[in-house]
Every structure is written in C-alpha cells, then in structure tokens.
Ligand binder design. Structure first.
Ligand code: G3I
Length: 394
C-alpha cells in the first residue's frame, strides 16, 4: 500500500503547505491565467516574478493520499479528448507530459478517462472498435497502482453519428448496444474497478431522457436493466453505477434515481452504486443535505461515490478573486464530508487535475477556476481544505 495514513511526515508537510499557501494566496499566486504563467506542462516550480520575494503556493506532493483513509479511492479525470481536441492536446492525453503524469501518479489512487471510453472514441465506425487511447490510460493506471473508474457505457452525449442518425432498426440498435457493453466491459474485466454504466438518464426536471438518449427514446427505461445485466455478465467483479449531476441534494431528480434504483434492485438487476458527479457552481448554495442524500442510497445496500467533483465560479479574464477561491474550499469540503460520513462512499473523484484542462470555461462563459490546482499546478485553498478534512478521518 502506497499510503501512510495520517503520518507525522504528512502532517509536517501539510503544515508547511498551509503556510506557503497562505502566503501565496495573499499575493494572488493562485490566480489562474497570471500573465507570467508558464504553459501547462512546465514545472511551475520557478518563482513567479509577479510575486516578488514571496514563495508561490506549492505544487501538491501526495498530501491528499497521505491523509486519506485506506478505504477511500481518490480519483482524478485524466484530460484528453472532448474539448481538448481544439487545444494543445490534440487527440492525445495530458499524460504525455511528465509533470502532469507524475502529479496524477503521486496524488491519486484512481483515475477516470475523461473522454476515451465514450462511444465516439471507442466506436468511430459501427464495425470498428478503437481501444488505443483507453488502453494507454489503463496501462498507465496499472503501472502506477491506480484503480480505474470506467466512464461511460450508456449516455446521450458524445455518441458517433452512425449510432444517432436513426438508420438502425430496433433489433440492430439493441444488438449494437449489447455488443458494445459486452466487448468493452469484457476487454477490461479485472482492470476497471467501477463503471458508470448509465450516465445522466434523467433530465434536470427528473423526466427520463427519452428525447436525446438514442436508446431510452427507442426502448424506454427497461433497456437500463439490460445494460446492467450485460455489463455484469462481462465482468462479475466490477461495481456498476448509475451516475448523474445535480443530484447532490434531495430533490425531484435524486428522488427519481432513488425510485428507479429500488425498482431495479427489486427486479434483481445488478446495480451496485450511485454516482454523484458533484459539478457545483458557486452561484448556488452548497448542497446542505448531501450526507443524508448519500445515506439513503447507502441504506439500500449500494455503494455511493462522488465521481466528477469540481466547483466553478465567476472569473474575470480567467482570473478568480482570492475571496472566491477561499469560499470554493467550503463547497469541496461539503462533498468530501458527505462522502467520509457515509461508510459505503469509497471513491471521491475530481473532474480534472488543474484549471489548465478544465471543461468549465468551454461550457460556461465567464466561469472557471473549478479544480483544486491552478493552471500552473499550484495548490488552491480547496486542496488544503481537502487534505485537512481527510486528516480528521471518517
Ligand atoms: O462533437 C462535437 C463536434 O461535432 C464539434 O465539431 C466540436 C466543436 O467544438 O465539438 C464536439 O463536441 C465536443 C465533445 O466533447 C465531443 O468531443 C465538445 O465541444 C466538448 O466540449 C466536449 O467536451 C467533453 C464533455 O464531457 C462533453 O459533454 C468534456 O471534455 C468532458 O470533460 C465532459 O465530461 C462530462 C462527463 O463525461 C459527464 N458529466 C459531465 C462532464 C462535464 O461536462
């Protein structure tokens, strides 16, 4: 086991980290997009001339993992594909950069491919599977002793045109889905610990997403049970999750999942977990009842997980205020706290290593700074808050 739980050295490192962070934050060192920022992938170790003589906030060096309870996976989505296609990454992943790769390997115990297991990546053509990018990520995880969360088998987004064009009849569509699930889950059997089997199957108003999910539109909710059964047959050891955003609190959308999952369990469908993505915005209050919400799913015998945590805020020219960065810590803390207080929450994943690769600015104009590290991989108050919360244990 790579972790040393709450070790003295971790505490000392943390104290030094907190002091350095306070200095750095006071001087605005955490502002993403600072004019003198080196491009992502450079070491970020050099003092920023804008900071005068003061030390910038440090890069993380394993504090999260050191402070974490042994039964909690700390995960990160590895940048690549999706919105990164139009940036410097092209079709590769950020792991090509040594600094990025070592930060992932040293600071997390699990990774999620951000895009490479989605249909548009694996199934560019109906007859062709392309596992090259996903294989690389899984190999990296194995080399560094990280678990993998698989994301995702059944979703309304990032599907290839041949699948969504409507050219397949019902039998063909069902067969293509069965083949996809069995092939993909089977390929990574024993290597992918948890799968987000069905992703975002309810709209924001808790209506089943029949309008834009090609499978739900054709077959209704019954197809969800089939997908779980096929996945389970392909890898009986993998933990199989439903997963969605905007379900952190108790409300119509999380209630819809609560009802559906009870029906699935009553029918003997192999559903093992409920994933709460955790894409929060500081425009809205913190999810005050997240622990209770996770608890009610746990009481059904499910694992629960925070699967895609990030916290976005208003930015000006990409720069967040020190006050907002400090307040952001509280949002992350609420999510980690809920997870730590529920025994069957064994996985806490953040959606992106640093602001250099976050999806947020591409989707929300004027918002950003959503991850734990700034664009130069320096820690933000949220990172320190999570280390602190982890150190207090479950
Ligand atoms: O497919 C279109 C293409 O036709 C068009 O030419 C191109 C022009 O920009 O865009 C393409 O879509 C991109 C898509 O990935 C597919 O490659 C989007 O711009 C791009 O923004 C998108 O990004 C990914 C997003 O999922 C898609 O919804 C992000 O990289 C990825 O981080 C994000 O991850 C999701 C999780 O999977 C599920 N939960 C929410 C989370 C954040 O949105």
């Amino acid at each position: 086991m790579r972790r040393t739980r709450n070790s003295r050295s971790a505490r000392l490192r943390f104290a030094a980290l907190a002091t350095a962070l306070a200095l750095g934050a006071a001087l605005g060192a955490c502002s993403p997009g600072a004019p003198s920022a080196p491009s992502p992938g450079t070491s970020g170790d050099e003092a920023d001339p804008q900071d005068g003589a003061a030390s910038p906030a440090p890069l993380p060096s394993g504090e999260l993992v050191s402070a974490s309870p042994d039964d909690l996976r700390l995960g990160v989505a590895v940048a690549g594909g999706g919105h990164h296609l139009e940036t410097g990454l092209g079709s590769g992943t950020a792991l090509a950069d040594e600094t990025y790769a070592s930060l992932v390997a040293e600071n997390f115990t699990s990774l999620s491919p951000e895009n490479q297991l989605k249909w548009e990546w694996l199934r560019p053509e109906r007859e062709t599977f392309d596992f090259a990018a996903a294989d690389e990520l899984v190999a990296f995880a194995q080399e560094h002793g990280l678990a993998v969360r698989g994301h995702t088998l059944f979703w309304h987004s990032q599907n290839p045109a041949w699948l969504t064009s409507g050219e397949l009849d019902d039998d063909e569509l069902r067969e293509v889905l069965r083949e996809h699930v069995e092939t993909v889950v089977g390929r990574y059997a024993g290597q992918i610990e948890q799968w987000d089997v069905a992703n975002e199957i309810f709209e924001d108003q808790a209506r089943l997403r029949t309008r834009d999910n090609p499978f739900l539109g054709r077959f209704g909710v019954e197809i969800v049970a089939d997908v779980f059964r096929w996945a389970h047959e392909a890898d009986p050891e993998a933990l199989l999750f439903l997963n969605d955003y905007a379900i952190e609190s108790i409300g119509p959308k999380s209630d819809a999942y609560f009802e559906l999952v009870q029906e699935l369990l009553a029918d003997g469908v192999p559903v093992h977990g409920m994933g709460f993505q955790g894409h929060l915005s500081m425009k809205y209050p913190k999810p005050g009842d997240m622990r209770e919400n996770l608890e009610r799913f746990a009481e059904l015998g499910l694992e629960v997980a925070v699967t895609e945590a990030d916290v976005r805020m208003a930015v000006e020219d990409g720069v967040a205020s020190p006050e907002d960065l400090a307040a952001q810590a509280g949002y992350y803390e609420v999510m980690l706290d809920a997870c730590l207080e529920v025994d069957s929450c064994r996985s806490f994943t953040v959606w992106g290593l640093s602001d250099a690769f976050s999806w947020v600015p591409f989707f929300f104009a004027g918002e950003g700074a959503a991850t734990l590290l700034d664009e130069e991989y320096r820690v933000k108050p949220a990172y320190v808050a999570l280390v602190d919360r982890l150190a207090t244990g479950r």
